[in-house]
Design a protein around this ligand. Structure first.
Ligand SMILES: Cc1cc2nc3c(=O)[nH]c(=O)nc-3n(C[C@H](O)[C@H](O)[C@H](O)COP(=O)(O)OP(=O)(O)OC[C@H]3O[C@@H](n4cnc5c(N)ncnc54)[C@H](O)[C@@H]3O)c2cc1C
Length: 443
C-alpha cells in the first residue's frame, strides 16, 4: 500500500511537470490548475503578451486539451478555434462498461459549453477538409456551406479510422457486425446484441494488430462481457481472437483474469488475424480456424484518418503522422502539429496521453509565439484502469521522458507500474481518475 501511494505521488509530480509551463508568469497569474472546474463563468485569463491564432481539428481528448491550455496559459490574445464534426464528445473511456449497464451513455457525454463560455474558445461544428500550411488557411465544410479559417498554427487531432477486413466492405455488413471502438451508436448496438444472446451462447471478438487505441481495451472488454454473461447468460463463452502473438498490454493481469477469474469462460486465441467475416453466419475465419458466434464484435485494424493523407502528413506506418515530440509538429510540414491517436510516437494511443500531448503541444506553440524554443525535456504520464469484473479493476501507469539520443519519449524506469491484483478499491479509484481527467479536458 505504501509503495502504491509513493508511486501515485510520483505520478502526480510528473503530471504537474507536464501541466505547468514557465512563460515568466508570476504564480498568481497561473490561474489554471489541472482540475479546472470553472463552470460556465468566464475566467480571467492571464496577461502574457503572447498573441496568435490556433485552429484545432477535433474536439476529443487531445484537441479539447490543447485548446483549453492554449487559452489558460496563453491568455486572451491567443485566439483558439476548435473544428469538431460532432455536436458533443462521447468518451471512449469507460464505454466498455456501457455494454454491461455499469455506466450509462449519458455519463460519457461531454459538452463544449465550458470551453466556449469559460475559456472563450470558438467551437465550430464542421469537418476539416484541406489546409494550406504556407498560407495558413484551413478549409472546412459546415451545415451552412464551406468556410476557410486562418491560422498561425494548425493542431490536428482527429483520432483514428479503421481498415475493415474482407466481408465488412458494405455499410450493411458494418451495421450488422460493429466494432464499438468509437463510442456512440455502435456501443448501444453491441450492447443489444450481447443482450440477445441465449443461455450457453458464444461471444466472439477480435483484437487488431498493434498499434491500436487503448492497448488494454479489447482484453478489458472480454473480461466485462464474460462477467456479465456469467451472471445473466450462464454457460456462455467469450472467444478472443487476437491478431497479435500475445496479450498486448497488462499481460500478467489479463492472463490471470482469463485463466483464473474467468476460467472456463474466456478462450484466448493468439496469432489469429481476421481473414474473412461471414456476416450471414456470424463466423470469423482466421488462420487458427473459423469461429461462429451468437454475437460477434470485430475491432478492425486502426489506421490514421484520411484527413492526414489529404494534408500530406500521413508519413508514418498505417497512415499515422510522424511528429517531433518536443512540439508535436509534423515532420512533413511546418505549422501543423498532430496530437492524440493520430500521431505516431512511442507513447500509447490513449486518452490520458492525448491530454498530456495537448499540454506539451500548447506549451510549445506558446513558446513559439514568444519567439522561443520548445521545452527540451518534456515529461508525460498515462494511467489506465481496466475493469476485470463488474466491480473490480486493475491499473497500469507509465511516466515518459524525452530521450535526446533517440528523440523519442521513453518510459522512466522505476516511475511506472501496474496493479498486483484487481480489486474493488481500484474500481473506485478508476471512477475518480476518469472524473479528474475529463474535468481537466472539458471543464
Ligand atoms: C473501449 C475503449 C476504452 C478506452 N479506455 C481508455 C482508458 O481507460 N484510458 C485511456 O487513456 N484511453 C482509453 N481509450 C482510448 C481513448 O479513448 C483514445 O485514445 C482517445 O480518445 C484519443 O483521443 P483523440 O483526441 O486522439 O481522439 P478522439 O478522442 O477520438 O477525438 C477525435 C475527435 O475528432 C473529431 N474529428 C475527426 N475527424 C474530424 C474532421 N475531419 N473534422 C472535424 N472533426 C473531426 C471526432 O469527431 C472526435 O471528436 C479507450 C478507447 C476505447 C475504444
Amino acid at each position: 500500500m505504501r509503495q502504491r501511494r509513493e508511486f501515485l505521488a510520483r505520478l502526480a509530480a510528473a503530471a504537474v511537470a507536464a501541466g505547468f509551463p514557465a512563460y515568466g508568469l508570476a504564480d498568481s497569474d497561473r490561474r489554471g490548475t489541472t482540475s479546472g472546474g470553472s463552470g460556465s463563468t468566464a475566467i480571467a485569463l492571464p496577461t502574457t503578451g503572447l498573441a496568435g491564432r490556433v485552429v484545432v481539428v477535433g474536439g476529443g481528448m487531445a484537441g479539447a486539451s490543447v485548446a483549453k491550455f492554449l487559452r489558460l496559459w496563453g491568455g486572451a490574445n491567443v485566439k483558439v478555434t476548435i473544428v469538431e464534426k460532432e455536436p458533443r464528445y462521447i468518451s471512449n473511456i469507460l464505454s466498455n462498461l456501457v455494454l454491461t449497464d455499469t455506466v450509462t451513455m449519458a455519463a460519457l457525454q461531454f459538452e463544449y459549453t465550458t470551453l466556449k463560455s469559460a475559456y472563450g474558445i470558438e467551437v465550430i461544428q464542421g469537418t476539416a477538409l484541406a489546409a494550406d500550411p504556407t498560407g495558413g488557411r484551413l478549409t472546412i465544410s459546415t451545415a451552412s456551406g464551406p468556410r476557410t479559417l486562418d491560422f498561425d498554427r494548425l493542431v490536428v487531432a482527429p483520432g483514428i479510422d479503421f481498415e475493415y477486413p474482407a466481408g465488412l466492405e458494405t455499410p450493411a455488413a458494418r451495421a450488422a457486425i460493429v466494432h464499438a471502438w468509437q463510442a456512440g451508436p455502435e456501443t448501444l448496438t453491441l450492447r443489444s446484441q450481447i443482450r440477445a444472446m441465449p443461455v450457453g451462447g458464444v461471444f466472439v471478438m477480435t483484437v487488431p494488430a498493434t498499434p491500436f487505441r487503448c492497448p488494454p481495451g479489447p482484453y478489458e472488454r472480454a473480461c466485462v462481457v464474460a462477467d456479465w454473461l456469467k451472471r445473466n447468460r450462464p454457460g456462455s463463452k467469450v472467444i478472443v481472437l487476437d491478431a497479435n502473438p500475445a496479450i498486448a498490454a497488462e499481460r500478467t493481469s489479463f492472463e490471470r483474469a482469463f485463466s483464473v477469474t474467468h476460467a472456463g469462460i474466456i478462450q484466448y486465441v493468439p496469432n489469429a488475424p481476421v481473414d474473412f467475416v461471414d456476416v450471414g453466419t456470424r463466423t470469423i475465419h482466421t488462420p487458427m480456424g473459423a469461429f461462429r458466434g451468437d454475437a460477434v464484435n470485430v475491432i478492425p485494424t486502426n489506421i490514421g484518418p484520411a484527413l492526414l493523407r489529404d494534408l500530406g502528413i500521413a508519413n508514418a506506418p498505417r497512415g499515422f503522422a510522424a511528429v517531433n515530440v518536443l512540439d508535436y509538429q509534423s515532420t512533413a510540414t511546418d505549422r501543423i502539429h498532430v496530437i492524440g491517436d493520430s500521431s505516431s510516437t512511442t507513447q500509447p494511443k490513449a486518452g490520458h496521453i492525448g491530454n498530456q500531448e495537448g499540454k506539451v503541444c500548447a506549451d510549445a506553440i506558446l513558446r513559439a509565439f514568444g519567439g522561443g524554443l520548445p521545452d527540451p525535456s518534456p515529461v508525460t504520464n498515462s494511467s489506465c484502469y481496466s475493469p476485470i469484473t463488474l466491480s473490480t479493476a486493475s491499473w497500469l501507469s507509465a511516466v515518459f521522458a524525452y530521450d535526446p539520443l533517440t528523440k523519442t519519449m521513453q518510459i522512466v524506469p522505476g516511475a511506472s507500474g501496474e496493479a498486483t491484483r484487481a480489486n474493488s478499491e481500484h474500481f473506485k479509484d478508476m471512477q475518480v481518475w476518469f472524473g479528474t481527467l475529463m474535468r481537466d479536458t472539458f471543464a
